[in-house]
Design a binder for this molecule. Structure first.
Ligand SMILES: [Zn+2]
Length: 401
């Protein structure tokens, strides 16, 4: 994932691709109108993108001012990516084309991954996915992987308290014998990239993508560029200490934000309520132990109206509001998107966050703060992994060091 200077040409190509994705198809003059680029520039970009099979003539032409002009669209069939999201409990893979169409999606469950156990599952899953693609005749351009931890420029895992695997160079493990480029990045950062790539509207200037899942992270994007920061570790907000007297975190510190929001925080709160004798579907009649092996079981219970699960999530929401108000004073985002497994209970979370957001911090910072669900909810980072492949295909890495 070499960091390259974005030359103007790549930048303009991205702009054209973006317009074609938003509009489905456009003529050269349509692109000129939408982008403000000059006619010769757009013509040159169209020529190059067509030569590289990124765009193709659309099935129908457009008549403007009595002249028939050829319309172009994205060449989805020639540009497909295998996207993989590594979760703490499962792996999700999908085949996605340049136009954002999902051709296939599968979730592969496993026991909770610890200490780098996911590596073998990841390799097996990718092999199975590639076999499926061969059988279906899907021609892939690359593999994008969304990972719940910090990954450096050599694709090496440098910090991953919830899943392990530090020191592993994932791309090497996967690339072996696959014959396709493999790109990996942090899940929250890929969430921000997905918001830039796949939203129907023009991206906001400053985006904060909150990945709320087994851990908590934030992906930042400014002026259409994802921000990586020193050591590629920008946005590791889950390990910001909010209460030094708090519980011990998987990272070794005490009272990290994550200890108040994550899966383990929910389990702790639910167990407390069970001890107080409150009924919950998570402890079915006759069962000796509550059944909450995974985050999705707790989300299911909350969605089904279970008060104990819902209250545990609301409490997480109150801490998430603290994270949002910190982001708000530091980077003043135009919008905060909520992704990860918690986005399934977005309404519940935001309802708990509002009273705190309305009272914390100077009024200037509270004005105009927008919180929205992520573009593909819990699948946003997965779609970001597909976008990462296309970013590289265009010659950019979309990373601000
Ligand atoms: Zn921590």
């Amino acid at each position: 994932m070499a960091i390259r200077q974005h030359d103007i040409r790549t930048e303009n190509q991205r702009l054209v691709i973006e317009q074609l994705r938003r509009h489905g198809m456009l003529t050269r003059s349509g692109v000129v109108e939408q982008t403000g680029l000059t006619v010769p520039t757009v013509s040159a970009i169209f020529r190059e993108l067509q030569e590289r099979s990124l765009i193709k003539p659309a099935d129908r032409s457009v008549t403007t001012g009595g002249r028939r002009a050829e319309a172009f669209c994205l060449n989805g069939e020639a540009n497909r990516a295998l996207a993989v999201h590594v979760g703490v409990h499962d792996l999700t893979w999908a085949v996605v084309d340049l136009a954002g169409k999902v051709l296939h999606k599968e979730v592969v469950g496993a026991a909770r991954f610890r200490g780098g156990m996911f590596v073998t599952h990841l390799r097996n899953t990718i092999n199975a996915a590639l076999k499926h693609c061969r059988e279906q005749g899907f021609n892939l351009q690359g593999i994008g992987i969304s990972f719940p931890g910090v990954v450096d420029q050599e694709n090496r895992i440098t910090l991953a308290p919830n899943i392990g695997g530090e020191g592993v160079v994932l791309a090497d493990l996967v690339e072996d014998g696959v014959g396709l480029p493999v790109h990996i990045d942090n899940d929250a950062r890929l969430g921000a990239l997905a918001e830039i790539w796949w939203r129907a509207s023009q991206p906001e200037q400053t985006i904060a993508f909150l990945m709320v899942d087994y851990g908590v992270g934030v992906g930042l994007a400014m002026d259409g560029r994802v921000h990586a920061g020193k050591n590629f570790a920008a946005g590791d907000i889950g390990h910001a200490v909010v209460d030094p007297r708090g519980e011990r975190c998987a990272c070794g510190q005490f009272g990290c934000l994550e200890t108040f929001i994550s899966y383990s925080a929910l389990v702790r709160r639910i167990n407390d309520q069970i001890r107080l004798g409150r009924p919950t579907v998570l402890l079915p009649a006759g069962a000796a132990e509550p059944q909450m092996e995974s985050l999705s079981q707790i989300m299911d219970a909350a969605q089904a109206g279970d008060d104990v699960a819902a209250e545990a999530i609301r409490e997480a929401g109150r801490y998430l509001a603290i994270a949002v108000s910190m982001l708000n004073v530091i980077i003043a985002p135009d919008v905060v998107y909520i992704g990860g497994a918690f986005s399934r209970v977005y309404d519940l979370l935001v309802e708990a966050m509002q009273p705190i957001l309305h009272h914390r911090g100077p009024e200037l910072h509270r004005q105009g703060l927008r919180i929205e669900p992520a573009v593909f909810l819990a699948d946003t980072s997965l779609m970001g992994a597909a976008a990462l492949v296309f970013e590289h295909r265009l010659g950019g890495s979309n990373k601000k060091g």
